[in-house]
Design a protein around this ligand. Structure first.
Ligand code: ADP
Length: 462
């Protein structure tokens, strides 16, 4: 159960994981199906759906008709179902002010439907707080009693977002024994993520280091994670190596194999430099991502300014987020015309060409539960410069420690600029630079190993 799934609706890494993991799980003796909300977006407008189930759900005193839809000519590679609730879920955004009601209705519809299945699922796997009331409802709501033997797993993709809402809405949750209301509560609010941590049979996070970090810093939930640590495990995400393959990627302007990394990447860099008015001969440092504190984004304007003044480099940024950061990044364009550019917005094609054509990828993240960008970067031969945290710590080894990337300890301007300086030196040694690109392209972060870890976890439960 998930709010996002690539290529249907993607806000961040959650979509990539939910869009890839089921494909790899289907290679085992288990089949996985995804259930997600039906949004009114480009994908749903351009695909045909059939109705698998039709019913009415109760959300407190309100009733809503809903449909479970399936995708005709399914091209995603696994079975996927959509909860369509007109006037509630069928909106053109994934997240907004009305998440509490929408995602609760989504979960109720999904469970109401599962109640009608002759053969029940062997595992229910919930992703993030949007599906976080499901473990509670399965355990506590009277109407789902017949499902309460189904093992339920929570995967935390990002513990910053917990979906808290006021106790005033408790009446929206299908009736349960009020003596157990404490399971829903955290700091005086109904907190779906904490409820899921308490009620799920197993809790996973998307990298082993992030699991450890959450016990120290989890936006208020650290004590809970320490208390529940016996059932918690960190499993590193993989990447969908079919979608993210420089040999076949249809977004990029020149496809390439490891053996032709230099010429292949040059073709893509040429496109970037032409499109964004940058010098092909300078090392190109890129950033792709949400412009938020978690990603260290507010430091970027000053980092870029300092690095561009000191070093003979170019910088290209793709992202959107905090308005103030966006406008600072925009205003650098005039000061550094010809060596700096930024595309403020979301653009899948440009992102792929950056993976295929830039020389270094900056990820000065404060919090990075797993991070997919650095794994895509490795697959395409783009060298990552990362802060040692969460999944970045688990995947990138500094070149000075016999590794292949550049790491820095803190989210600090001088440390990031220093890493850029070290990377610039490597760029000047063309043989070592190319050798390193080939080396990183050989690192396997495909889902095969991680999908198996999830299967092992399921097998431990039934
Ligand atoms: P998070 O989920 O915290 O945003 P992840 O590293 O897990 O970070 O996943 C980010 C995903 O979103 C990657 O696939 C990345 O390429 C993509 N992405 C982020 N911002 C943009 C953007 N502005 N344009 C295109 N793709 C983006």
């Amino acid at each position: 159960m998930s709010a996002e799934c690539y290529p249907i609706a993607k806000v961040g890494g959650l979509a990539d994981v939910v869009g890839a993991l089921p494909k790899y799980q289907s290679n085992s003796d288990r089949t996985s199906e995804v259930i997600m909300p039906f949004y009114d977006n480009k994908f749903t407008q351009s695909h045909e759906f059939s109705t698998a189930y039709n019913s009415t759900l109760e959300l407190g005193r309100e009733s809503y008709n809903f449909k479970i839809l399936t995708l005709d000519n399914n091209a995603v590679g696994f079975d996927i179902y959509f909860v369509k609730i007109i006037n509630l879920l069928t909106v053109d955004y994934v997240y907004s002010y009305d998440d509490a009601n929408r995602f609760l209705a989504f979960q109720i519809a999904a469970l109401d439907w599962i109640l009608t299945w002759k053969e029940k699922p062997t595992i229910i796997h919930c992703h993030d707080h949007h599906a976080g009331l499901t473990p509670f409802m399965l355990q506590e709501s009277y109407k789902y009693e017949s499902l309460n033997k189904i093992p339920v797993i929570l995967t935390i993709h990002n513990a910053q977002y917990q979906g808290s809402f006021s106790h005033d809405k408790v009446g929206l949750i299908p009736a349960f024994n009020f003596e157990n209301i404490g399971l829903l509560d955290w700091s005086g609010m109904i907190n779906p993520l904490s409820a899921a941590i308490k009620c799920a049979w197993k809790v996973t996070t998307v990298s082993p280091s992030y699991m450890e970090e959450l016990k120290i810093k989890a936006n208020g939930l650290e004590d809970l994670l320490v208390a529940e640590s016996h059932k918690c495990v960190g499993i590193l995400n993989g990447i969908d190596s079919e979608v993210w393959n420089p040999e076949t990627d249809h977004y990029i302007v020149k496809n390439f194999k490891k053996s032709a990394v230099a010429s292949g990447r040059k073709g893509n860099k040429e496109w970037l430099c032409k499109e964004f008015n940058l010098d092909l001969n300078k090392p190109l440092f890129a950033f792709i991502g949400r412009l938020v504190g978690e990603k260290g984004a507010e430091l970027l304007p000053e980092v870029f300014q300092k690095a561009l003044q000191k070093e003979n480099i170019s910088v290209l940024l793709l992202g959107s987020g905090h308005e103030e950061v966006e406008s600072q990044l925009e205003s650098l364009k005039t000061e550094f015309e010809g060596t700096y550019n930024a595309f403020i917005g979301y653009d899948e094609k440009i992102s792929h060409i950056i993976y295929a054509g830039a020389d270094y990828l900056l990820m000065p993240s404060r919090i990075e539960p797993c991070g997919l960008n650095q794994m895509y970067a490795l697959r395409y031969g783009l060298i990552p410069i990362v802060r040692k945290t969460g999944g970045l710590k688990d995947t990138i080894i500094d070149i000075s420690e016999d590794g292949f990337g550049f790491t820095h300890k803190d989210v600090e301007i001088d440390q990031i600029v220093n890493a850029i300086e070290r990377a610039t030196l490597l760029y000047q040694d063309k043989t070592a630079f190319n050798k390193n690109r080939k080396r990183i392209m050989s690192i396997d972060h495909s889902w095969n190993a991680s999908a198996q870890e999830y299967i092992n976890l399921y097998n431990s439960l039934n």
